[in-house]
Design a binder for this molecule. Structure first.
Ligand code: ADP
Length: 592
């Protein structure tokens, strides 16, 4: 039954733990869902703002400016990484391609020839001076060569190459003049390829010159080469160039070009929301990139101007999510622990109840078995004696006396047995009412010896009583104490098979009066000594045992000792005899 109970309790605990695990998992999902719902609105708001800002960024390209200026401004103000400007027919007007002169040679051919002659004649100083003076001011119509390249900046580059040494005092003014020309997008008709070439050369020669549009020029040229007839598409799309994205500017005046990092930075910047808690972050995710990481709570697609792009709201500090979920989880844990604790306590109670029921059932069985056996023995003996007397033809007085004596002994044995049963039963049911009075130990000892009756005077029995008169009084129930001592004396007789040398010594010891019953009988082993005070325990378990009794005597003695606040102990050795000592506390002054 106990094993069954254990299985049931363990199964129940297993169920509780399983339920709890499910509840915890559900709670985490629920918290995630709640947080998603809470942030959905915020994400939609940020999404609108990101789209607006993106449109706004592209709308700048609507500025009414000539193509080179639009290009320069867009790059300098960071509208895009580069721009390809188109005319109304969709033809590329910037990056500008060189326009070779048609028919006759370019107007700048004469100048170029003049300069070349000076250089070839080795008159380099004259050549440099010529460049300084001739191109100090630029006319309204800049001179170009046959390939459509501007003559002045080319001549200046040649002068710088001649000087070669930037320490020459003429180097710096020419370099600065060329730098100004290269940064001038308003009036210059320089082609993009010439500008890029000159930028690179000037950087190489002068070293410390930086051009903010150089990278953009390069990119625009690459794009124009890859898309000679660019197709305008709506929304931000990847271009043919790896890592470069393109978007048609409003009014179809150009194509804005972006590096992926630039778009990310622009969108992430627009997605910054100061109202979000510190752990929450919104980022833009390009098409093809996985938006769902472990920390992602909710995603939303960006509109038609950014096709395929998504905004992802992530809790990069999972503590927010975890603390919300953990608070609930802790509550569940408490409830589960409470339920398991309650079940365990209940199981312990039920097990205790079971145990008591089992003990009671065993007690009943023991009682029935012992009582029937022990009653049967004296009754059988008495019936045999009575039958013999009844069947006798004539009574012989000596025989009759002897038979009556035996009958009286069996009767006394029966009475003692029944007395013990009754005492035990009352003690068990807590119905035994003790009447405490002040008693003289000597009287108790004498009454017990008297109750032992004729057995004390039997020829094979030597009973020695030492009970001095001056012993201190004790408080106790006279009848109960006599019953206890009688049981000890009775046992001393029963378990001394041959020579019954018994002593009852009464002495005051350590605040108690001790009644010691000593015999020289069969004695007890240490293991037996442990168990003899248990109810129904008998060392000799055989039904055919010679000594009568039902294993209740010593348990009665112990109950009486406890009721008096006293003690019972045994010293014994197998084959040498035993001494049982009942200690009863000396009566105090207050109780007198
Ligand atoms: P019982 O009616 O069998 O005597 P008790 O409770 O009085 O029951 O004693 C329990 C058991 O303790 C006895 O069966 C006996 O084996 C052992 N016992 C009791 N007193 C003595 C003794 N003086 N010497 C040896 N064994 C004893």
């Amino acid at each position: 039954m106990l094993a069954l109970l254990l299985v049931v309790v363990l199964a129940a605990i297993g169920c509780v733990l399983w339920f709890m695990r499910e509840a915890v998992a559900n709670e985490r999902l629920a918290v995630r869902q709640r947080l998603s719902d809470a942030y959905q609105g915020q994400l939609a708001f940020v999404q609108r703002r990101v789209e607006e800002q993106w449109q706004h960024q592209l709308a700048r390209f609507g500025a009414e400016l000539p193509a080179p200026e639009l290009f320069a401004r867009a790059v300098e103000e960071g509208w895009a990484d580069s721009v390809v400007c188109l005319d109304e027919n969709g033809q590329v007007v910037y990056p500008r391609t060189p326009r070779p002169s048609v028919g006759e040679s370019g107007e700048g051919e004469t100048e170029q020839r003049e300069l070349r002659t000076l250089v070839q004649a080795g008159r380099t100083d004259d050549a440099v001076r010529w460049v300084l003076e001739r191109f100090a001011t630029e006319g309204t119509a800049p001179l170009t060569d046959a390939q459509g390249r501007l003559v002045a900046p080319s001549a200046e580059l040649l002068a710088l190459q001649i000087l070669g040494n930037s320490a020459d005092e003429r180097f710096r003014p020419i370099a600065q003049r060329l730098e100004r020309r290269l940064n001038d997008y308003s009036s210059s008709a320089m082609s993009s390829s010439q500008r890029l070439f000159l930028m690179r050369e000037l950087q190489r020669l002068a070293g410390d010159v930086q051009f903010s549009t150089m990278g953009a020029e390069e990119l625009a040229i690459r794009f124009a080469e890859a898309h000679p007839q660019p197709i305008l598409v709506n929304g931000l799309r990847p271009s043919e160039l790896p890592g470069i994205w393109q978007a048609a500017a409003p009014g179809r005046r150009g194509i804005a070009l972006f590096q992926l990092a630039t778009v990310r930075a622009a969108l992430n910047g627009a997605a910054q929301d100061p109202s979000l808690p510190p752990g929450v972050r919104i980022t833009a995710i390009p098409p093809g990139e996985d938006a769902l990481t472990g920390a992602t709570l909710v995603t939303a697609p960006l509109g038609a101007s950014l096709p395929g792009w998504r905004l992802s709201l992530a809790l990069n500090d999972r503590a927010i999510f975890d603390t919300t979920a953990d608070r609930k989880v802790v509550t569940y844990l408490w409830i589960a622990s409470g339920v398991i604790g309650l079940m365990t306590v209940l199981a312990v109670f039920v097990a205790g109840g079971f145990r008591r029921q089992m003990q009671l059932a065993r007690l009943k069985n023991d009682l029935v078995a012992t009582v029937s056996h022990e009653l049967k023995t004296p009754l059988t003996a008495m019936r045999a004696l009575v039958d013999t007397l009844v069947d006798a033809e004539k009574f012989d007085e000596a025989n009759v006396r002897e038979y009556l004596g035996l009958l009286a002994r069996e009767n006394a044995r029966l009475s003692r047995l029944i007395d013990n049963f009754l005492t035990f039963s009352r003690l068990e049911r807590n119905k035994f009412t003790f009447t405490f009075t002040r008693l003289l130990p000597r009287n108790v000892a004498e009454n017990a010896v008297a109750a032992l009756g004729e057995r004390a005077n039997a020829p094979d029995c030597q009973l020695e009583v030492q009970a001095p008169a001056g012993l201190p009084e004790i408080v106790g129930d006279a009848d109960a104490l006599v019953t206890a001592l009688l049981n000890l004396l009775d046992n001393a007789c029963k378990y001394s098979p041959n020579e019954k040398r018994i002593a009852l010594r009464v002495a005051a010891q350590n605040g108690s009066v001790e009644f010691a019953v000593e015999d020289h009988g069969i004695g007890l082993s240490p293991a037996e000594r442990q168990r003899i005070f248990q109810r129904f325990y008998q060392v000799d378990q055989r039904l055919a045992r010679t000594a009568g009794g039902c294993g209740l005597g010593l348990s009665i003695v112990q109950s009486i000792a406890v009721a008096h606040g006293g003690t019972i102990r045994v010293e014994s050795e197998p084959g040498r005899g035993s001494t049982f000592t009942l200690g009863i506390p000396i009566a105090g002054e207050v109780t007198a």
